[in-house]
Ligand binder design. Structure first.
Ligand SMILES: Nc1ncnc2c1ncn2[C@@H]1O[C@H](COP(=O)(O)OP(=O)(O)OP(=O)(O)O)[C@@H](O)[C@H]1O
Length: 459
């Protein structure tokens, strides 16, 4: 076991790339599968909704197809709130799915609870982000490890189970004599080792690890990742590794599934994904990962705006409001970058982020002219990235008219005016999942040759 003080691996360091690059797992049997899996949360239980009389559904996981193959580590990555944890928990029926199916070795286990789920709980275990919160502070580590063995009929006797617990502690890099200690007597890294030992106690096939290192000091992250990798080989585990941190993905994962707003937008072997991305969201995520290889350094892609609400996700491709490669309409007369800038203005107006009264107050406070024309000009200046001068004249006019309409309080008309010149095929249809390369999937109109308005790949 490596000593405390090891650094977490940076992207570009050696990892599990041998498997990933040779596609060793492409033909492996599927052990756990999500098929059109949905988990919607009802908002109507909250006090606000009761007071306000209603509430939408949070579409946390929205039609996910995913297969975990025997012996592989599949990383699920995406920004905070995209539904990774909900997906992991829905796979284990810790959240009852609201649609679709979960299959374990081909058997439908969707929504099983209690007794019916018990045999599968031994096969599919979970490791949580916060080790201390997931360990009972009133139980000794020995009790924490032997309780699930007892439930699942592992071990011949109490003494046998205690021996197994001591053995497990050693396997996860702790000392057998610590079996009578309590969780709070361990450091954060050691607590996570206990969490891992508990998952292993029932001899599972599959472990779903939800951000297992993100609560730990950087200095112990690498050790825990290494431990998981060693144990995976030793126990022949299949690992679903949930993380927002792409810099650890390269080290741990054979394959990656990129998640955005409840959907999987791309899957690929790890090395292949780090080399090329077929979905612009993956491209943006990867552009933010520090690279060791200076040749691999490209510009960082800063995405427009925040992740939209999963209660009311954008129509068509969910990523289109932020996508730097959003497709212009067929009759667009300038380049794609110009369309993206003008489209950003439209999205900002539509989301209510362009506020004429706030602009007027600001101009007044700065001692600048604050008549309607000045406010409209200010709105364009601050909410349209770049200059309007290189936009097609019809677009420029529409933007100016929309700014005037906003100042006049006609927000709906402003939105309509912008929509009349700035619409994208990405808004109209949900992208189909295509296989641009062997063992890769992507859901982007740009990778689908049959999609409407799909431009050449190198546009
Ligand atoms: N019990 C719940 N009730 C209502 N909404 C929920 C519930 N649990 C999660 N959500 C919402 O579902 C969406 C997905 O949340 P989830 O925790 O799965 O995302 P995540 O990608 O794991 O994020 P993070 O990395 O921050 O944990 C979020 O909008 C979240 O607010």
């Amino acid at each position: 076991m490596s000593a405390d003080g090891d650094q977490a691996p940076a992207a570009g360091s050696t990892g599990k790339s041998a498997n990933a690059s040779t596609g060793d797992f492409a033909d492996a049997e599927t052990v756990l599968e999500a098929d059109g899996l949905e988990k919607y949360f009802s908002q109507s239980d909250s006090i606000f909704d009761r007071l306000l009389g209603g509430g939408g559904k949070v579409r946390a996981v929205d039609g996910v197809d995913l297969e975990l193959r025997t012996g592989e580590t599949l990383a699920v990555v995406g920004e905070s709130g995209c539904g990774k944890s909900t997906l992991g928990q829905a796979l284990l029926n810790l959240h009852k799915p609201t649609g679709g199916a979960v299959r374990y070795r081909g058997e439908d286990i969707t929504g099983l609870s209690g007794r019916d789920m018990r045999p599968y709980r031994a096969e599919i275990q979970m490791i949580f982000q916060d080790p201390l919160a997931s360990l009972n502070p009133r139980q000794t580590v020995g009790e924490i490890l032997t309780a699930p063995m007892e439930v699942h009929g592992i071990g011949d006797s109490k003494a046998d189970r205690r021996d197994r617990a001591r053995d497990l502690l050693e396997r996860v890099g702790l000392e057998a004599r610590h079996v009578d200690r309590y969780p709070q007597q361990f450091s954060g890294g050691q607590q996570q080792r206990v969490g891992i030992a508990r998952a292993l106690a029932v001899e599972p096939d599959v472990i779903v690890a939800d951000e297992p290192v993100s609560a730990l000091d950087v200095s112990v992250q690498a050790q825990i990742l290494q431990l998981l990798e060693d144990l995976q080989a030793e126990f022949d585990l299949s690992l679903l590794f949930i993380t927002h941190d792409l810099s650890v993905v390269r080290h741990v994962a054979d394959r990656v599934a990129v998640m955005y707003l409840g959907e999987i937008v791309e899957t690929a072997p790890t090395d292949a994904l780090f080399e090329t991305q077929h979905h612009p969201y993956s491209e943006a995520l990867l552009s933010a990962v520090p690279r060791i290889d200076p040749d691999a350094r490209g510009g960082r892609i800063v995405l427009e705006g925040n992740v939209p609400s999963p209660i009311n996700p954008p129509e068509g491709c969910r990523f289109h409001t932020r996508c730097h490669r959003v497709i212009p309409p067929a009759d667009w007369e300038a380049d794609q970058a110009a369309f993206r800038r003008a489209f950003t203005f439209r999205n900002r107006v539509e989301s209510g982020a362009v506020d004429p009264e706030a602009a007027r107050r600001r101009l007044e406070a700065e001692g600048e002219p604050s008549d309607d024309d000045a406010v409209a000009a200010h709105l364009l200046e601050t909410s349209l990235p770049g200059s309007p001068s290189d936009l097609p004249s019809a677009t420029r006019e529409a933007l100016e008219e929309a700014a005037d309409l906003l100042v006049a309080g006609d927000e709906a008309d402003a939105v309509d005016r912008l929509a009349s010149v700035l619409s994208s095929p990405c808004q109209d249809e949900t992208p189909a999942v295509v296989e641009p390369d062997p063992d890769r999937t992507a859901a982007c109109h740009r990778t689908d040759p049959d999609a409407p308005g799909s431009p050449p790949a190198d546009d």
